[in-house]
Unconditional design. Structure first.
Length: 371
């Protein structure tokens, strides 16, 4: 059947595909530095640092001004609205600082006030489930963000596992809204990162998470197809298939790897260039070990399996910094180390040394996590 709807030109498709491929080039993943002001405040509070705009800017500058060799491990950085318009100590805009290193700049595309990400809203008729809000002004925001240096966007839908959820209504509503977001992003030259996150809250086992994740991803890719989204110009940011945080049974990284890759093989088309996992409250080390196990799995993997970590790339750096400028180098070294470890994990080459520091082993789980 001839396509009768507004479509991307060959030039637009190539540009989107090229951006996506750059982000997930071999050994590269994404630094998610798009925490809202409130979420960043919670992080700073743990190290007894006041949540001021300057302190938020100073910590992000530590990450973004790391040695240029960081571009061997980091292909993209996701920024919050506030951060996109901040500058380093010399007055250079953060997007320019990041692009100098050959790293692609991205933006959290959900509707944000200066302080909050307001990307989700209650979904009426459900048991406390949510849907995405903010599509009304998305086209204008995407056009402006593109002008201001962003080349990809990210939007998160949130689902939870209980005895009655996620409901079919919540799955379909969030899948369709993610697809509309992706289509709008592409029309404005931004590669959409599609993030349907199933929260790790609960005591469900690995099999229950796998079942739900398959249903959610199948709905998402049906919706992306219905909305004529160009898959080669997208990236997926899913949860790993893991048991609930309160599940009494413990699973190995190999268990997680088999369940996750099997789920993806059943639901995600090979046209998608890369799958960039969220860490979902895992410790830095756990997130790296699980990613490594997936890339070592003998199962077929037609897409790049990589990372889009926030807490699991920043926790050690934050602990090393503790708000003191004299700790800048130590914080950058901690960040560089985690980035290198995850780069190795992308290739299935990470060997656990047994010398992992305390911060890297610390659980980063937060119930009903929002950011």
């Amino acid at each position: 059947m001839t396509h009768q709807f507004p479509a991307l030109s060959p030039e637009q498709k190539k540009a989107l595909s090229d951006i996506a491929q750059r982000i997930v080039a071999s050994g590269k993943g994404i630094l998610a530095a798009d925490e809202s002001v409130g979420t960043m405040g919670n992080r700073l509070q743990r190290i007894n640092v006041e949540n001021t705009e300057e302190n938020r800017r100073a910590f992000r500058e530590i990450l973004f001004s790391s040695d240029a060799s960081i571009n061997q491990n980091i292909g993209g950085v996701i920024l919050f609205h506030e951060t996109l318009y901040q500058k380093d100590s010399s007055g250079k805009p953060f997007p320019a600082l990041i692009k100098e290193k050959g790293i692609v700049v991205g933006i959290k595309a959900s509707i944000c006030t200066r302080l909050l990400d307001k990307g989700t809203a209650p979904l009426a008729g459900t048991n406390g489930e949510t849907t995405i809000q903010g599509l009304d002004g998305l086209a204008e925001r995407c056009a402006q963000y593109k002008k201001d240096g962003a080349d990809f966007g990210k939007w998160r839908a949130v689902l939870k596992i209980t005895s009655t959820t996620p409901s079919q209504l919540a799955i379909q509503e969030n899948a369709n809204t993610l697809a509309r977001y992706a289509s709008i992003c592409q029309q404005h030259g931004l590669v959409p990162i599609v993030e349907p996150e199933i929260l790790p809250d609960g005591d469900h086992d690995l099999q229950r998470c796998q079942y739900v994740t398959e249903k959610v991803l199948a709905a998402v890719y049906k919706a992306l197809n219905d909305h004529h989204v160009y898959l080669e110009g997208t990236l997926l940011k899913p949860n790993m298939v893991t048991a609930g945080h309160s599940c009494p049974k413990k699973y190995t990284p190999q268990d997680v790897a088999v369940a996750t890759v099997t789920t993806l093989l059943r639901t995600v088309p090979a046209a998608v260039p890369g799958i960039c996992f969220l860490s979902g409250g895992q410790s830095e080390e756990e997130a790296s070990v699980n990613l490594n196990a997936m890339n070592q799995s003998p199962l077929p993997k037609p897409w790049k399996l990589t990372f889009s970590y926030g807490r699991a790339l920043q926790a050690s750096a934050l602990a090393a910094w503790v708000g003191k400028s004299e700790n800048k180098k130590a914080a950058q070294e901690a960040f560089r180390k985690r980035a290198q470890i995850n780069s190795l994990a992308c290739r299935g080459q990470y060997v656990v040394s047994g010398k992992t520091d305390t911060a890297a082993m610390q659980s980063l789980f937060t119930a009903s996590y929002t950011y």
